[in-house]
Ligand binder design. Structure first.
Ligand SMILES: N[C@@H](CCC(=O)N[C@@H](CS)C(=O)NCC(=O)O)C(=O)O
Length: 227
């Protein structure tokens, strides 16, 4: 248990994830930035394994899920990150004051809705291998392609005016953005040549040990795992 403002908080004990999938990867990067190592358990969502025992014990079929030392589970990547941020405040990744926390949350949500999610929709509805996860609607995949390009343009405008996504400092919003950009490969879209600010920032992000370590191990096909 961890002491926090007079309360005893349960410890993170186990991260259930699917290594090539993008949402668990956001949490892995976050944990690495905090210097935390938590045992992991893999559930292969591409075989539908998460619909069975995993969903039964956690209460939802999605990954990631974090088991706490009191036997309860946390799901939703950002809820997990917020809990870890409270346990391990440094380095601060979700905002040290009300305004910076709000700005980080704003960019984090914009990236999820305007880039990460459209990429996931193109993959999940456009790649026949994703039929295990989705009642597919190919027209919805097509409809999301322009949204991906709009999201990329939004990110490029932002990185043209700011060293990192939410402010001058690295934050969880950068984690969502870097994972989204790596996820582009699954739908065979590249960061545009003219997106020079995004390309420069993406190169720097790739040098962070947390980002490097989170990339899928050789032999694991990221292109075939859903978001
Ligand atoms: N909102 C959740 C989304 C989690 C999510 O969609 N995870 C994907 C893997 S990246 C998943 O479990 N997919 C399984 C499925 O769709 O059946 C979060 O932020 O953690």
């Amino acid at each position: 248990m961890v002491q926090k403002r007079g309360m005893t908080l349960p410890r993170p004990e186990l991260l259930v994830e699917c290594r090539p999938a993008p949402n668990p990867r956001r949490v892995r990067i976050f944990l690495a930035e905090k210097g935390l190592e938590i045992p992991t358990e893999q559930v292969d969502i591409m075989t539908g394994a998460h619909f069975g025992d995993h969903a039964g014990r956690v209460g939802t079929f999605h990954v990631p899920a974090l088991k706490l030392s009191d036997g309860t589970w946390l799901t939703e990547s950002m809820a997990i990150c917020r809990y870890v941020e409270a346990l391990v405040p440094e380095p601060c990744l979700m905002g040290a004051d009300a305004l910076s926390a709000a700005r980080i949350e704003m960019w984090q949500r914009r990236l999820e809705f305007e880039l990460f999610s459209p990429i996931a929709q193109v993959l999940r509805h456009g790649n026949p291998k994703m039929a295990v996860l989705e009642d597919q609607c190919p027209e919805w995949a097509e409809a999301n392609i322009p949204r991906v390009h709009k999201g990329l343009a939004m990110l490029e405008r932002r990185l043209g005016e700011s060293a990192h996504v939410a402010s001058e400092d690295f934050s969880v919003a950068d984690i969502t953005a870097v994972v989204a950009l790596d996820f582009l490969r699954t739908i065979r879209i590249e960061i545009p040549e003219q997106a020079t600010a995004t390309r420069a920032w993406f190169g720097k992000m790739g040098e962070r040990s947390s980002v490097m370590a989170s990339r899928a191990k050789p032999g694991v096909k990221t292109a075939e795992v859903a978001g």
